[in-house]
Design a protein around this ligand. Structure first.
Ligand SMILES: CC(C)(COP(=O)(O)OP(=O)(O)OC[C@H]1O[C@@H](n2cnc3c(N)ncnc32)[C@H](O)[C@@H]1OP(=O)(O)O)[C@@H](O)C(=O)NCCC(=O)NCCS
Length: 133
């Protein structure tokens, strides 16, 4: 059963600007170490796209979990680095959840599915949350 869906689109140049600010807390606030390692060592143009699409993925995930946020506001807390975008051996992206967010998703028996795309100035992500119970 589909529990929720979410989509988000991000304007990449805004990320490119944020990346250039010296001493920015941007990375720690939004991204996991795995994401940092994948994005940071990309060729210049792809670097901002990779960050942007991962940010879009987290926003889309938040939308897909909106039902849970409404029904259990006390238990629900979304820390962006706790929804970490990883890649499998074929290059396909998937979420690895950590901390309280992982506990929350596991308690609801949810499984996330994720698709990403980026070209030029735009990055888009789509997430569906399936209930496996
Ligand atoms: C998957 C594929 C269609 C992506 O096309 P593309 O236009 O270059 O990609 P987009 O710009 O739209 O999207 C890029 C994102 O797609 C995702 N992606 C990459 N490979 C993927 C795959 N196999 N399946 C799903 N998503 C994939 C990545 O998350 C990537 O973003 P990231 O590098 O920032 O993580 C293309 O790379 C392809 O055909 N690859 C071959 C797939 C293959 O051989 N698979 C082998 C197993 S069957």
């Amino acid at each position: 059963m589909i529990y929720g869906i979410g989509v988000d689109i991000v304007h990449v140049p805004e990320f490119a600007a944020a990346l250039q600010e010296p001493g920015t807390a941007f990375f720690d606030r939004y991204f996991s170490r795995t994401e940092f390692d994948y994005c940071e060592y990309a060729p210049d143009q792809q670097r901002a796209q990779r960050y942007a699409v991962r940010y879009a993925a987290k926003e889309a995930c938040l939308k897909a979990l909106d039902g849970a946020r409404i029904h259990s506001p006390a238990a629900f807390r979304f820390q962006f680095p706790e929804a970490s975008v990883c890649k499998d051996e074929y290059g396909r992206p998937f979420f690895q959840f950590h901390g309280r967010l992982a506990e929350f998703i596991s308690a609801l028996h949810l499984q996330a599915r994720l698709s990403l795309s980026h070209t030029g100035d735009y990055a888009i992500a789509q997430v569906s949350m399936e209930c496996m119970r």
